[in-house]
Design a protein around this ligand. Structure first.
Ligand code: ATP
Ligand code: MG
Length: 572
């Protein structure tokens, strides 16, 4: 490929709204162009990256026995009404009407369409297991589309769905995807972690997320420093942790005391005001369960409540923070002063609170706190359990090691669905005994564009992108530094030809530009290897090969240039 004929334009500046490296650099390198918020064109260079990711995904999915098909983006409302999601999916679902007023949506995911296909195709146990996937444009009207390809409203996803006769079968299908996903992200050349994620009503370890590690990641990745346990924040088990600290008076005496705490709103302010450790403060979070009941979660002052854990404990559909007016209604005080004493709600206390005597709690009255509070004497938790987020230093439940927390970008998610859709939509089959049974499903997604963006987050420096070799737009760029020197041009051309003949994915920067412009563009675009040919190459017979990632340059004899490039590529 010749850069002079390729459609590219690099920019000095990225638009002000681009906040993170991948967005800035993909814009500056001319890989993507914004059309509307969360809607992008993939320019030729960016598309090459996307296609390379897709090809790795496709290969690994095929190797795992999955079969590719392609479903429409435009999906009739009736299918979504059957699953119940037409009502429940909310505003992320992009809905449209055709000229006859019939309702459709642009698919954000395709459980309904695939289940419809399968219920009309699969009749017998003999037709399973089967895993069907597609690589397709998805639509989600995200509240906050941002970070370029990271969170778009229109984006490319690989989605796969498995169909099995029973739970055991579904677990085998799940396991295959787990292996395939590990292969995919390894083959893309990314540093990633597979983490346990919340599997909601299904329970068990049947939801894993694949996180590309990068500082700008939106998600916390909790992992043990001495074993392979890793989980996301919703799921990571928080053990009892450190022994309780206890408050000032250790709960002595037979009653708590009231203190006025004007102007102290946050836990830190209350701690400072009362001169106590934040660990002896108990935070009370009022939550709404299934949109109707109210409850309180108690956590230590330095901990955060985990609503998903309570949801799973209760087997509820939803657990959300209560609105301020409801907090007032159920506690009698404004936000910030809720407390367990005298509270007429179920109280779910985190394990780390067990044994804390003499704690500080909210007094359910404006500007009032209670000190020297003792559980059992002043209030009684409904139950103690794991209702908080894990933190650095928590003890690993698997091996006793300690937790570390890193940032990650969720690029893939595998999930056992069970019979949620097959039951709602009547996807059944006849078993060996001719008895009708419900199909068990799994679903497996990968954000293709997000994977490309995550690769940039993980692999860049101040000069630009440093693509991992397997997903680089081109593996090698040959740069004739002086386009007005015929000898330089012809040497560069001959190296370029030899690389093409050897099957290397190479581009030559034959634009009539200054050397500085070409080198800066090469750094920005992030080709893994750069071969520079200049006057020195003619005079001394040496050309320079630079590895983008390490910025190491070696000089090799011009006659060995192609051979050396191929050798270095093998080692990348
Ligand atoms: P998130 O929590 O980031 O919104 P999600 O849980 O909604 O993700 P899934 O429904 O599991 O995501 O979708 C599968 C994959 O599609 C995700 O792992 C992610 O890589 C990708 N993805 C999801 N939403 C977007 C988006 N708005 N833009 C780009 N990729 C996305
Ligand atoms: Mg989402």
């Amino acid at each position: 490929m010749r850069l002079s004929q390729f459609f590219i334009q690099t920019l000095r500046e990225a638009p002000a709204e681009a906040e993170i490296a991948s967005h800035v650099m993909m814009m500056r390198a001319g890989m993507i162009r914004k059309v509307a918020a969360g809607v992008y064109s993939y320019m030729p260079l960016g598309l090459r990256v996307v296609r390379k990711v897709e090809n790795i995904v496709r290969k690994c999915m095929n190797d795992a026995g999955a079969v590719e098909l392609l479903m429409p983006s435009m999906v009739p409302a009736e299918l979504w009404q059957e699953s119940g999601r037409w009502q429940h999916y909310g505003k992320e679902l992009l809905r449209i009407k055709d000229r006859h007023g019939r309702e459709f949506c642009y698919g954000p995911t395709h459980e309904e369409v695939i289940t419809d296909i399968v219920r009309n195709t699969i009749k017998s146990y003999k037709q399973m297991p089967v895993n069907l996937y597609q690589i397709q444009t998805k639509f989600r009207d995200e509240v906050r589309p941002r970070f370029g390809l990271m969170r778009g409203r229109e984006f490319i996803m690989k989605d796969a769905y498995s169909f099995d006769v029973n739970d055991e079968g579904a677990q085998v299908s799940y396991e295959k995807m787990r292996v395939a996903y590990n292969n995919i992200f390894k083959e893309c050349g990314l540093r990633y972690k597979m983490v346990e994620a919340d599997s909601g009503a299904i329970g068990g370890n049947f939801s894993h997320e694949f996180m590309v590690l990068a500082q700008t990641g939106e998600d916390a990745v909790i992992s043990c420093n001495s074993c392979d346990y890793a989980a996301n924040m919703e799921k990571a088990i928080a053990t009892r942790s450190t022994p309780p600290t206890g408050g000032r008076d250790q709960g002595r005496g037979d009653k708590y005391e009231e203190v006025l705490t004007p102007k102290a709103h946050t836990v830190e302010e209350v701690a400072t005001f009362l001169n106590v450790d934040v660990k002896s403060i108990i935070k009370t979070i009022i939550v709404c369960v299934d949109d109707e009941k109210y409850a309180a979660i108690l956590v230590r002052g330095d901990h955060e409540a985990n609503l998903v854990k309570l949801k799973n404990y209760l087997g509820a559909q939803t657990v959300e923070m209560a609105a301020p007016d409801m907090i007032f209604k159920v506690t009698g005080s404004p936000v910030g002063f809720s407390g367990p004493v005298g509270l007429n709600l179920p109280i779910y206390a985190d394990l780390a609170l067990e044994g804390i005597d003499g704690a500080v709690v909210g007094g359910n009255k404006k500007d009032l706190h209670l000190i020297n509070v003792k559980a059992g004497r002043d209030y009684t938790p409904t139950v103690y359990g794991d209702f908080r987020n894990a933190i650095v230093g928590d003890i690993c439940p698997k091996c006793g090691g300690t937790y570390e927390i890193a940032r990650g970008i969720e690029v893939g998610h595998i999930f056992k669905l069970g019979t949620k859709y097959s039951e709602a939509m009547g996807a059944k089959y006849l078993d060996v005994n001719g008895k009708q049974q419900i199909i068990t499903m799994g679903c497996y997604g990968i954000g293709v564009g997000r994977t490309a963006a995550a690769a940039v987050e993980q692999n860049h420096d101040e000069a630009g992108i440093a693509w991992p070799l397997p997903i680089a737009p081109f593996e090698v760029v040959v740069v004739p530094l002086n386009t007005n020197e015929p000898e330089v041009v012809s040497l560069a051309e001959s190296i370029y030809q030899r690389l093409i003949e050897a099957g290397v994915d190479v581009i030559i920067d034959d634009r009539n530009e200054r050397a500085g412009v070409k080198l800066a563009d090469a750094d920005l675009i992030g080709y893994p290897l750069r071969v520079a040919v200049g006057k020195k190459s003619i005079a001394e017979g040496l050309i320079e090969i630079t590895t983008r990632k390490t910025r190491e340059t070696i000089s090799v004899n011009k006659d060995n240039a192609a051979k050396s490039v191929i050798e270095i590529l093998k080692g990348l």
